[in-house]
Design a protein around this ligand. Structure first.
Ligand SMILES: Cc1cc2c(cc1C)N(C[C@H](O)[C@H](O)[C@H](O)COP(=O)(O)O)c1[nH]c(=O)[nH]c(=O)c1N2
Length: 244
């Protein structure tokens, strides 16, 4: 315990415009990458910076429930790809018939092309039996791990590293391949590698699968369904009748 907790406070001035721009640029130009990976290995110091960015993420009760399993061998990546391929065939059949050929045409992973894969896991026991902030919603450990992945993704963008998230697996199969204990949850399987180019918009949008929603349809004020807000230019025009 410290007598004066204020001695740990540091100045929190807004960033200089250039630095703000860099943060927003990383956010808005980050892309999910499936195919643009170069084969060059990522240097260890760079991987370390990305993992440190992930490890700086917020977590419930400061639980830090994550682990990062680095997968580089083509043998293991090959086994993971086979697991993806099997699950992806099942996935295709889940869509309505008229969407299946469009689904099939999408590339949804870069497991073998990306030189580094990282499996990000969540250990629900990391913080002991009772975790501050997780007392009433156990999902908070997984949410914390997702925050770590997003940090990693943004740092990767700043470093010129592409990252693709692959989730089309049976978790149990992936756990067997990677030797992950049953109690540990897989949160994200990530493919990383240097990229020279990125799509200017989500690839699923560019390829006509799904469009970005309008932000002002997603923001409510005070009550679910209300659309009075002043956040986006469209909202600033004033209240919109409910149900419109
Ligand atoms: C939890 C989760 C899971 C997945 C994804 C993302 C997230 C957050 N995404 C990437 C996703 O398709 C992509 O983020 C959106 O299409 C938006 O594109 P940008 O990320 O902006 O490029 C993704 N992409 C893909 O090709 N195969 C996949 O299995 C998944 N799985």
């Amino acid at each position: 315990m410290h007598d004066d907790p204020n001695e740990f406070l540091v100045r929190a001035a807004p960033f200089a415009d250039r630095d703000k721009d860099a943060v927003y640029r990383a956010i808005h130009t980050r892309r999910d990458v499936r195919d643009q990976f170069k084969a060059d290995p990522l240097p260890d110091d760079l991987v370390c910076r990305l993992l440190e960015a992930a490890h700086a993420a917020p977590s419930v009760g400061f639980m830090q429930p994550w682990n990062f399993l680095l997968v580089r061998s083509s043998q293991t990546r090959g086994a993971v790809w086979q697991a993806f391929r099997r699950a992806n065939e099942e996935a295709e059949a889940m869509f309505p018939k008229e969407r299946r050929s469009a689904y099939r045409a999408l590339k949804l992973e870069g497991i073998r092309k990306a030189p580094l894969n990282i499996c990000v896991t969540c250990d629900p026991d990391r913080g002991g039996p009772v975790v501050l902030g997780r007392t009433h919603d156990a999902r908070m450990d997984a949410f914390s791990t997702v925050c770590a992945i997003q940090n990693l993704w943004l740092a990767a963008r700043a470093e010129g590293v592409g990252l693709g998230w692959v989730s089309i697996f049976h978790e149990a199969e992936l756990k067997t391949i990677l030797g992950i204990p049953p109690r540990v949850q897989i949160i994200g399987y990530l493919c990383l590698g240097f990229v020279d180019e990125l799509y200017c918009a989500p690839e699923l949008e560019v390829k006509g699968w799904r469009q970005r929603l309008a932000l002002d349809d997603l923001v409510f004020e005070e009550q679910w369904g209300s659309r009075l807000c002043g956040v986006t230019p469209a909202m600033a025009e004033g209240p919109v009748p409910q149900g419109s």
